[in-house]
Design a protein around this ligand. Structure first.
Ligand code: PLP
Length: 420
């Protein structure tokens, strides 16, 4: 459910026509719907109603300050993976007591910043990290609230690049070592053992791996608590998929599957949804430059590119593509590609789309998650602006980058051209 819809054959973001927006800000651009964001947060939150819980939005999916501010105001906490994300949260007015810090490679500076900010907990992923957190906390004369991230060793049935719960993955601590880790952590007096966490992957559309993970972590929590460690939080991670092409179950079904074994533990549940909150709340709008016909193919060349949205080539991801001005009639097969000098620069391959002409505006749908945040300046392309629509209101929440932005921090140095 989202608020990108046709009205009189014109695609709208809430009450704003995308064609008008394109006139105003140029192309390509990202546009997000505030109403969709609010709705997604509410639906996800309600799925856990009746259970003591905290939603920590996995902000790596979309981290613009205004998006964070909106979610923080709705009561969301945040799952962060770097000190940069921590600073974004604090700048946006987030409550540090609702921040959890995930990731396999935290630096001393990042650990110190998290302790300084007094976040809810640090999700530790290895033995050396456990000791490092303890050392940094000791230096600061503090106790660090930590949670151990466990790897439940299962196959979440998603693309290998976004699967994190298998034993081959770099993430988490093997289930078989969890008891040992907690026993060891207990001896480190600058640590406070507050939780256990897991996260098995992303764009998961089948409930079975979630249920399996829930059952496995429930067993391990019982064992840890049985050993006399009074955990407070069980962090179930994120990963619920969205309908790019698939048909994932709604948050209520996901929550029910997860909570079934877990509920009886009496711990506060932390959920870290990313994609499911923001994915369908954003689209990338791009303009067709040329339609190029070869002997074997038709290429729709647009002004957006892989530097704006890398998911198609990185994860073989499918994004629906809609004409901003609705076309009816005959479909044709085309590759929708950008101007970047890489064969991997495509939004769709062999896609059936309505007849397309130079000048048409296309909306790459479901681009809110892992879209703008993964964009780059490859080919010296300025990053696209981000627009947030709320009813009839249009907010530019990030400007289009300029040439000066592109070269910021670079130095033109004097070098000899002869004499070696
Ligand atoms: C990326 C990530 C998430 C969010 O995943 P989604 O699939 O976007 O819901 C949650 N927790 C951790 C630890 C992550 O790395």
């Amino acid at each position: 459910m989202n608020y990108f819809e046709y009205r009189n054959d014109q695609l709208f973001a809430e009450d704003v026509a995308l064609a008008d927006l394109a006139q105003r800000v140029g192309t390509p651009f990202y546009v997000y719907s505030a109403r969709t964001l609010r709705r997604h947060f509410r639906v996800f939150d309600e799925a856990f109603a009746g259970t003591d819980h905290l939603i920590c939005y996995a902000m790596k999916a979309l981290s613009n300050l205004s998006i964070l501010k909106l979610l923080a105001a709705m009561g969301s906490g945040f799952d962060i993976v770097s000190v940069g994300e921590l600073m974004r949260c604090l700048r946006a007015g987030a409550d540090p007591r609702k921040i959890v810090f995930s990731g396999v490679g935290k630096t001393d500076e990042e650990i110190a910043a998290a302790l300084e900010a007094e976040i809810l907990m640090i999700n530790v992923e290895s033995r050396p990290e456990l000791h490092r957190v303890s050392e940094v906390a000791a230096r600061m004369r503090r106790r660090a609230p930590v949670s151990l991230r466990v790897n439940p060793d299962l196959d979440p049935g998603t693309h290998p690049h976004i699967s994190t719960g298998h034993r081959d993955s770099k993430f988490g601590v093997p289930l078989s070592q969890v008891d040992e880790y907690y026993a060891e952590a207990r001896g480190l007096e600058n640590l406070e053992l507050v939780g256990l966490s897991t996260h098995i992957g992303s764009q998961i559309t089948d409930m079975a791996p979630f249920s399996e993970a829930a059952a496995k972590v429930t067993a391990i929590v019982k064992s840890v608590c049985g050993a006399g460690i009074a955990l407070k939080y069980l962090d179930i991670g994120g990963g619920l998929g969205i309908p790019y092409q698939e048909n994932p179950p709604p948050p209520a079904e996901y929550a029910a599957a997860m909570l079934k074994p877990i509920r009886g533990l009496g711990l506060k549940i932390i959920a870290e949804p990313g994609r499911v909150l923001v994915g369908n709340a954003g689209v990338l709008v791009t303009r067709v430059l040329y339609v190029k016909e070869t002997d074997v193919k038709r290429f729709v060349v647009v002004d957006g590119a892989m530097n704006d949205l890398i998911r198609p080539v990185l994860y073989e991801a499918y994004h629906a593509i809609q004409h901003v001005e609705r076309r009816v009639g005959k479909l044709e097969v085309a590759d929708v590609v950008g101007p970047v000098c890489e064969s991997g620069d495509f939004f769709a391959r062999e896609r059936e789309i309505p007849q397309t002409r130079s000048g048409d505006l296309l909306a790459i749908m479901s681009a809110g998650a892992y879209g703008f945040v993964m964009s780059s300046n490859y080919n010296s392309r300025p990053r696209a602006p981000e627009i947030l629509v709320d009813g009839t209101d249009v907010h530019v929440i990030r400007d289009r980058e300029s040439f000066e932005d592109l070269i910021r921090g670079e130095h033109l140095v004097e070098l000899r051209t002869h004499g070696d």
